[in-house]
Write a protein that binds this ligand. Structure first.
Ligand SMILES: [Zn+2]
Length: 138
């Protein structure tokens, strides 16, 4: 369950991010690659911060993760680099920006509540946690 605090305040960027990166979200292949790499980097940081105190994080050893990151580098491109530039938060904002533009040109539909027009939890959601609307029957 979400905390009340999370539900009481609507932030369109956050809502769009949650939808884009959540169940049924619509990331491109390149964006998925970026997500994977950010994830690996984050895990490696946990090792680094722990000063190698742990033998494994989520079932993987430090060297396994390092080699995974190396394999990822093989698929690196300048396109991916610019997508990831400035860190995870900036990357996520870029994805939101792309989706907003795609919606404006009609290429993509962000899942909005038909009643209050807020961006709902997931791309597949048929109910709105903000106003309580439910459109399962439509
Ligand atoms: Zn609503």
């Amino acid at each position: 369950m979400s905390s009340e605090g999370e539900l009481s305040r609507y932030d369109e960027d956050v809502a769009l991010m949650n939808q884009a990166f959540g169940v049924g979200g619509s990331l491109t292949e390149l964006e998925r690659t970026a997500v994977r790499e950010f994830l690996i980097r984050e895990k490696l940081e946990r090792f680094d911060n722990a000063e190698m105190k742990y033998e494994q994080v989520e079932g993987m050893t430090y060297s396994e993760m390092r080699s995974m990151l190396e394999r990822q580098k093989a698929v690196r491109s300048s396109e991916l680099d610019s997508l990831m530039e400035g860190g995870n938060e900036n990357f996520r904002m870029r994805v939101c920006e792309r989706l907003r533009q795609a919606e404006q040109t009609g290429e993509f539909a962000i899942n909005h509540c038909p009643l209050c027009r807020k961006i709902v939890r997931t791309a597949l959601a048929k109910q709105c946690l903000w106003c309580g609307a439910d459109w399962h029957q439509e």
